[in-house]
Design a protein around this ligand. Structure first.
Ligand SMILES: Cc1cc2nc3c(=O)[nH]c(=O)nc-3n(C[C@H](O)[C@H](O)[C@H](O)COP(=O)(O)OP(=O)(O)OC[C@H]3O[C@@H](n4cnc5c(N)ncnc54)[C@H](O)[C@@H]3O)c2cc1C
Length: 404
């Protein structure tokens, strides 16, 4: 057989996984439906310093550093979150995809572009992968397949179930005026159930985006026009892109000779929708599980179930706590968001959280559970936020069907 592993999708996660597998000496091919490796993406590209330092991410893809952000309540009141040290990097996401693909190719990975995987058929001794390249059909074989295809119906067709809660993101590139830090908007008229943002990518350009369960483009248009009225951006008819973000995980992330990783598996922070770091962490675990399974030529579902146990041990609790927080926020009305914001600001709860030893850009579950062990913060959260908040009725109920 020509390939040990076929990776479906040349996003950051697929290329990083391919790079790792090739570095173990395996023959790897990546199939990507897009024409180019550095094509436009719909991603803001914010990653923590922890993520940047843990993976082979070149300085060349970094557009800016970020050590602060401004959060805006629905009323327009704001509070600043600031640390002395750099907390995150804003990267050129298309350049990251291309950079990781370059690294993989340098390790011997073969890329097929404009190659859409139409079918994956597990056989007793290999997996058959059917490809459509500009109308031409091709068949490839490999010992195993890694699904790194983002949110897609391929996992469901392989019996892995489906991700039933996902948000829709819309984002546009804009020219900015005098904005030099990340801005986050909690106004539910711009991002119902979620949040919106303006992220400067250079002194004069930025990304404006919004998340919601439906009609993301129309909420983004509303946000763009509001920011334009405020003089923060100019409307120059820039590209508007849309993409889905998984909020829950895939019911099963392995099968005989198959694993799913990254957005395809729902390995995303449910609080923010950020998936680069968790996806890369899980790609490391996937590469190691495949390495062990290929070495003994045992690619059974039983053997690969180890992958799911390991990635859940790493980020499962984070995702569970994050999802709980996400659901709580989703159910809050505009008024309740304003109330909680005012309490947090007046009692300086944001400062307590930022200065807590457990503060982390990525590990929100750990932050919450550690924060709850700090008496001062625990008291502020219980009497400042939870008690007043629990007295007010909640607004909405999130349903998976709204996402579909
Ligand atoms: C608006 C928005 C902003 C975001 N901002 C951030 C952020 O700031 N920080 C962060 O960490 N995360 C962010 N995310 C999430 C992040 O973009 C994803 O978690 C990340 O892209 C997942 O990478 P991936 O490689 O798993 O999937 P993708 O990047 O989706 O890559 C999947 C690849 O598979 C290809 N593919 C799909 N199906 C097939 C097929 N059948 N055959 C061949 N190829 C196929 C696709 O063309 C694609 O290239 C954002 C998402 C959105 C929508």
């Amino acid at each position: 057989m020509k390939y040990d592993v076929i990776v479906v999708g040349a996003g950051a996660i697929g290329s990083y996984l391919a790079y790792k597998l090739a570095s173990y000496g395996y023959r790897v091919a990546v199939f990507e439906q897009k024409e180019k490796l550095d094509g436009k993406t719909c991603c803001t590209g914010i990653i923590s310093t922890e993520c940047f330092n843990s993976f082979p991410i070149s300085n060349e893809v970094v557009l800016r550093e970020a050590s602060s952000a401004k959060v805006f309540a629905p009323s327009g009141a704001s509070l600043k979150l600031e640390k002395d040290a750099v907390q995150a990097y804003i990267i050129d996401r298309s350049a990251l995809n291309a950079h990781l693909a370059d690294e993989a190719q340098a390790n011997g990975v073969i890329y097929f572009l404009s190659a859409r995987v139409t079918d994956i058929i597990p056989k007793p001794r290999y997996v058959q992968v059917n490809i459509d390249r500009s109308g031409e059909k091709h068949v490839f074989k490999a010992r195993a397949v890694a699904l790194a295809c983002g949110l897609s119906n391929l996992p469901q067709r392989l019996g892995l179930g489906k991700i039933d809660d996902f948000a829709l993101g819309a984002q546009a590139e804009v020219n900015i005026h005098g904005i030099d830090e990340v801005e986050v908007y909690l106004n539910q008229e711009m991002a119902p159930g979620f949040f919106a943002w303006l992220v400067p990518t250079s002194a004069s350009t930025g990304l404006v985006g919004s998340l919601s369960y439906h009609k993301p483009a129309s909420y983004l248009e509303r946000l763009l026009s509001r920011l334009h009225q405020q003089g923060k951006i100019s409307l120059d008819g820039g590209d508007l892109r849309q993409k889905a973000i998984p909020i829950t995980t895939l019911p099963r992330t392995y099968a005989e000779r198959i694993i799913a990783v990254g957005d395809a598996a729902g390995q995303v922070k449910p609080t923010t929708g950020g998936g680069i770091y968790f996806g890369l962490l899980c790609a490391d675990i996937a590469a190691e599980s495949l390495r062990r399974a290929l070495a003994v030529d045992d690619l059974s579902a039983r053997r690969l179930s180890q992958y799911e146990r390991e990635w859940k041990a790493k980020i499962g609790r984070e995702i569970a706590i994050g999802y709980w927080l996400r659901r709580l926020y989703y159910r809050m009305s505009q008024k309740q968001i304003e109330q909680v914001f005012n309490i947090v600001k007046s009692k300086n709860i944001h400062e307590l959280l930022l200065n807590s030893k457990a503060f982390s850009f990525d590990w929100h579950g750990k932050l919450i559970s550690s924060a709850l062990r700090e008496p001062k913060l625990l008291t502020a959260l219980i009497f400042g936020v939870l008690v007043p908040f629990s007295r007010a009725p909640l607004r909405r109920e999130a349903t998976a069907s709204r996402a579909n």
